[in-house]
Ligand binder design. Structure first.
Ligand code: AMP
Ligand code: MG
Length: 834
């Protein structure tokens, strides 16, 4: 093993050969998961157990981890208690006027027996009773005060106006907590509710796990105390110690501040030994990397066992973990193992490594079950491009927000905290999550989903745009669905003592607005992966995509128009872009408010809607768009109809419009994904131009593509470059086979089977150039006449079955005229697509 030569004075007199020879670390970079496994294998036993007493104040209980099951010795309520202010009655008496013979308020000791009980009642009598008071033994129900009337001139009489069932408004003994029931389980963390439960069952002296003692040390000659006013040259204030002390406190430790220690082997060794003697866990920061004065690792080798000295992560690579064996007469084997975390000096690295390794370890030592020690992990959609590190997985600091949108179940959106340099603690300032990015050579596009660890230092900020939880459109959905007898409702938590609800009332009701709730079907179809591929300029283009469809928004079918728009943008736009994608019902108000939100708050440069442009009553997208636009651009509508008319005559009925709202350009497309594909590439240049004119900060760069340029030259340009747009996806399945059969039988255009099959084969076998294994075939078909003639590229997908079928048929026939048949197939597809 290498033995370092330590400097003996403040000025290092280091031999050069040291720095020169130690250019690689002897510690392998181990994966974070392995590191955590090693750490947790050393924390299988909590530190110990002690007794805590509620009489010393609630702080002694809050967040402590309880070391025993707590059982209720008494039932709750311990007597039959009234749920309401009203009158204790005998239910069978029914409505009528009764004598009030006693008054029972909460706290009065009402005997259980009938004999000589001045609070008890007989048939024809009632007793005034308040909430929480004991019900007299002969009463079997309580009437709410609002269901009664006073009798004028008879203060001791009351008129009961409604009948009541036996048991109504009475909490039976033990109905909240049964005698013998475990109310707080071992290993749970005492929350306010659990502390309430302990109090209610009188468990005020309980066993809790001891908190581990954690010593925190900063190492470094450059460090000054944070309260040092003047920074002399070369010095910085020590941020790590107070940060880590606070973190360890939050993790549940008793903390001890052991100050700053200089990069001097003798001092460092003394401080480390002192720390180890005083604590269960030692955390140091600094001195674990490759510099000449990074002495911690070697000292740990001397004092104990170093389990790892590098982790494959960014930031935090030099993180070191060691254990040191000590005598402990309190333990059965007379030994204990102290944990030592040598965290890196850079503040961000040390805090990230703390979250990943030290926090779970402190929790485990405090009695939290191992499977609950880890940070909660969720999925988040990134709002910006993230370049991956080619060598190490990265924990990218991010701020999460919850995005709620009409018609979707909502999702977490992750924003970066900016420059991720490991010294820049500002990147942790508002960070609520660490995004777990794999290593790789690519850039993740905005919109991709990544796992995120909730680090809990910062709460997730509240949503900036919240849909009212019972928005009018949802309410109407709820109401339609309540008619559906198949809806399953959970009645689990409904008080069984309450009157049985009427059949129609069988649905939980929202506590604040009284609207019935049920399992609303919501569309959580994830948007496709998409995004710009290259950063051409610094400003991102923001594109809002809105699918307007009743059926897509309530989950009858998955949305296709929205994903198609996103795909088309990806195929056509080279600039970096990001998107907001919403699926909403055909409600004019919602369409308007969604466009306004994407324009005014999200500040989209372009909003593209799909759906709701036709002549039907609920096709309202153009109407909504016109209402919220400042200026309209009729040319777009005309051009779009012109394009669609090439394929389908009924396109004349399409009402799509385009306009601007502030700096946002808004355009409607029809709902069919085919129309999106036909129209969008052809109008992209105009969209780009208008976006540039209304908002000169953004410059949208178009991808190079020959498709959509409508140039006649394309006819001969048989370029199979994958960058090209596939305008049509034609799958030869049974439906198409049937169609071919129909063509044969004279439905519409008449072809002989011979012609049809021959044409198909000609095409297939010419284009796949005898490669019999290829089943996805790309070919081009000219469409239109004269100057309008253009090329359409088709991706033909063949299942193995169909491929075999074609091979079989080929053996039977022999034929010409390929383009014609494909045009027929294409026309068929296009004519039927709407
Ligand atoms: P080291 O890990 O000791 O090589 O330190 C790496 C970097 O972190 C250096 O720029 C140190 O100045 C800085 N650093 C080390 N310890 C602290 C600390 N306690 N507070 C702030 N910065 C620190
Ligand atoms: Mg240092």
């Amino acid at each position: 093993m290498f033995t370092p030569v330590y400097a003996t004075s403040e000025v290092a007199i280091f031999p050069f050969f040291f720095a020169a020879t130690m250019t690689t670390s002897k510690y392998p970079m181990i994966p974070v998961d392995d590191a955590l496994r090693i750490v947790l294998s050393k924390t299988t036993q909590p530190i110990g157990v002690e007794s805590i007493d509620m009489e010393y104040g609630v702080e002694t209980f809050l967040d402590r981890i309880i070391a025993e099951d707590i059982v209720a010795e008494d039932p709750l309520p311990p007597f039959r208690a009234s749920i309401m202010d009203g009158y204790a009655v005998i239910a069978s008496d029914g409505v009528g006027t009764y004598d009030m013979v006693s008054s029972i308020t909460a706290g009065i000791d009402v005997p259980n027996t009938v004999e000589n009980n001045r609070y008890d009642i007989k048939p024809g009598q009632v007793s005034y009773i308040t909430t929480g008071a004991p019900v007299p033994p002969s009463a079997d129900a309580v009437i709410r005060i609002e269901d009664t009337e006073y009798v004028d001139g008879h203060p001791n009489k009351v008129k009961i106006n409604v009948p009541v069932k036996s048991g109504k408004w009475i909490r039976p003994i033990g109905s909240d907590v049964q005698r013998g029931q475990v109310v707080v389980e071992k290993n749970t963390t005492l929350s306010p509710a659990l502390i309430g439960l302990l109090a209610t069952v009188g468990a005020t002296k309980v066993k809790a796990y001891k908190k581990p003692n954690v010593c925190i040390i900063s190492t470094g000659d450059e460090l000054l105390e944070p309260w040092e006013r003047k920074l002399t040259n070369g010095k910085i204030r020590d941020s790590n110690r107070f940060m880590l002390l606070a973190a360890a406190k939050k993790s549940g430790a008793n903390i001890l501040n052991l100050g700053i220690v200089r990069d001097k082997a003798v001092d460092l060794k003394k401080t480390l030994q002192n720390a180890i003697a005083k604590s269960d866990v030692v955390i140091s920061s600094g001195g674990v990397s490759m510099g000449s004065l990074d002495l911690v690792k070697d000292l740990l080798e001397e004092l104990g066992t170093v389990h790892f000295g590098r982790m494959c992560m960014k930031p935090g690579k030099p993180t070191t973990f060691a254990t040191i064996c000590k005598d402990d007469n309190n333990l059965p084997n007379g030994k204990c193992e102290k944990l030592f975390f040598g965290l890196p000096g850079n503040p961000v690295s040390s805090l990230v490594a703390y979250h990943l390794l030290v926090d779970p370890a402190i929790k485990a030592l405090s009695g939290v079950p191992i499977n609950k020690c880890h940070h909660a992990r969720i999925n988040a959609r990134i709002a910006m491009p993230l370049k991956l590190d080619p060598v190490r997985p990265e924990y990218h600091r991010s701020v999460l927000t919850w995005r709620e949108t009409v018609g979707t179940s909502g999702e977490f959106i992750a924003d970066s905290t900016g420059i991720q340099r490991s010294s820049r603690l500002l990147s942790m300032r508002e960070s609520s999550a660490l995004l777990c990015l794999p290593k790789g050579n690519t850039t993740l596009n905005p919109g991709e989903i990544v796992p995120a660890l909730l680090i809990g230092s910062n709460p997730i900020p509240p949503p900036t745009h919240v849909t009212p939880h019972l928005d009018a459109s949802l309410t109407s959905k709820v109401e339609t669905r309540t008619n559906n007898k198949n809806v399953k409702i959970s009645t689990q938590n409904i008080d069984t003592n309450d009157e049985k609800p009427d059949a129609d009332d069988d649905i939980p009701v929202c506590a604040c607005c009284g609207v019935k709730k049920t399992n609303i079907i919501i569309d959580d179809t994830p948007p496709p992966r998409y995004g710009g591929i290259e950063i051409d300029n610094s400003s991102n283009v923001r594109i809002g995509v809105i699918t307007v469809s009743d059926r897509a928004s309530n989950g009858v079918y998955p949305d296709q128009g929205g994903p198609e728009i996103l795909r088309c943008i990806n195929d056509n736009v080279k600039s970096l872009w990001e998107s907001e994608y919403r699926i909403i019902p055909d409600e004019q108000r919602i369409i308007e408010s969604t466009i306004c939100d994407l324009s005014d708050r999200v500040r989209c440069n372009i909003i593209i809607t799909t759906g709701g442009t036709g002549p039907a009553e609920r096709d309202l997208t153009p109407d909504a768009t016109m209402n919220v636009c400042g200026r309209l651009f009729p040319g777009f509508g005309e051009r779009m109809r012109q394009i669609s008319l090439q394929y389908i005559p009924s396109a004349i009925l399409s009402r799509q419009v385009a306009g601007t709202r502030g700096k946002t350009f808004i355009i409607n497309l029809p709902g069919s994904p085919h129309s999106v594909r036909q129209i969008l590439p052809s109008i992209f240049d105009a969209i780009i131009h208008i976006s540039y004119i209304i908002n000169n900060k953004i410059k949208i760069i178009r991808k190079e593509t020959s498709i959509g340029n409508n140039s006649d030259n394309n006819m001969n340009n048989n370029n199979n470059n994958d960058d090209h747009v596939f305008e049509h996806l034609f799958v030869i399945d049974q439906v198409n086979v049937d169609w071919i059969e129909r063509q044969k039988s004279g439905n519409g255009r008449k072809f002989t089977e011979h012609e049809i099959i021959d044409n198909l084969f000609q095409l297939l076998f010419a284009d796949i150039k005898s490669d019999a294994t290829v089943q996805d075939i790309i070919f081009t078909v000219p469409r239109g006449k004269g100057r309008k003639k253009k090329k359409t590229r088709i991706l033909l997908k063949l299942s193995n079955y169909n491929y075999q079928w074609i091979l079989k048929m080929k053996a039977k026939y022999d034929v010409p005229n390929v383009d014609k048949i494909m045009r027929i197939i294409l026309d068929y597809v296009l004519e039927n697509e709407e």
